[in-house]
Design a protein. Structure first.
Length: 263
């Protein structure tokens, strides 16, 4: 079994794979100060609660955009699971070409998304990740990472609105029943949900004009379930796309090692 871990700025997602099947998954709040013991206890508790033995974990692969957690994840994996983890980053074999001026600037989670989308759908395609930031990753017809777009995420924008407008309340975000709200809370929901959906559709349309229409547009990330259903341009919603990409990257690196290749 493979444990895939995706550490974002807001959430830490984990998934256990048996072969190609995702048999269990969890999403926790990211705590940059978490120790290896914090993570180890969390993993062992979640695994045990769901009827899995940690002894069955044969490999760990992870991506993180939170540098302070690198050491904690490394130590957690070796101490609690007995395996040395694979960290996705520069030098990791991914099977894709990154057509960026500085490939090191592309986050490992975005690379994992690209690998999974190209594997599942083929190029050209486009991934929209609704995380702390909302990112657009373009995969060319050749399967290359062609570039992307970044804008502030739903949560960041919502918090900025609530913090800067004293009379506006914090609201739970979900699909509004109608565009024109009849109270302040529904008006805020409509503005945020429909506003982001419209932004996504507009950016996807501009990408299509510039790069050619993608075969599929795949949404992922913590806010995908709220925003993607309101987007006319989104074809698929896959909340576990990043984890799937990490699994594929792990296997590609194992194949590389067995074959004696590098890169």
């Amino acid at each position: 079994m493979i444990l895939a871990i995706d550490v974002g700025n807001s959430n830490l997602a984990m998934g256990v794979y048996e072969g190609e099947k995702l048999v269990q998954h969890w999403r926790l709040s990211t705590t940059a100060q978490a120790t290896s013991d914090d993570l180890g206890i969390a993993v062992r508790t979640l695994m045990g609660y769901n009827g899995f033995s940690c002894d069955r974990i044969e490999a760990v692969v992870y991506a993180t955009v939170v540098p302070p957690l690198v050491r904690s994840i490394e130590e957690m994996s070796t101490r609690y699971l007995g395996v040395a983890p694979l960290k996705v980053g520069p030098g990791t074999r991914t099977g894709i070409n990154i057509k960026y001026q500085n490939p090191r600037e592309v986050g490992p989670d975005r690379i994992a998304n690209t690998v999974a989308a190209e594997h599942l759908f083929g190029g050209p395609c486009l991934v929209v990740d609704f995380g702390t930031a909302t990112t657009f990753d373009v995969i060319s017809s050749e399967g290359d990472y062609a570039g992307g777009v970044i804008l502030p995420g739903v949560g960041i924008s919502s918090e900025a609105l609530f913090e800067r407008a004293a009379r506006l309340p914090r609201v739970d975000l979900y699909r509004p029943e109608r565009t024109v709200g009849k109270n302040t809370a529904d008006s805020i929901r409509s503005g945020i949900v429909n506003g982001y959906a419209g932004s996504v559709d507009a950016i996807v349309a501009k990408i299509a004009r510039e790069c050619g229409s993608p075969r599929r547009v795949i949404a992922t990330g913590g806010w995908a379930g709220v925003i993607a259903p309101e987007c006319e341009s989104v074809d698929e919603v896959d909340p576990y796309l990043t984890l799937e990409g990490l699994r594929i990257i792990y296997l590609r690196n194992q194949t590389c090692q067995r074959g004696g290749a590098h890169g």
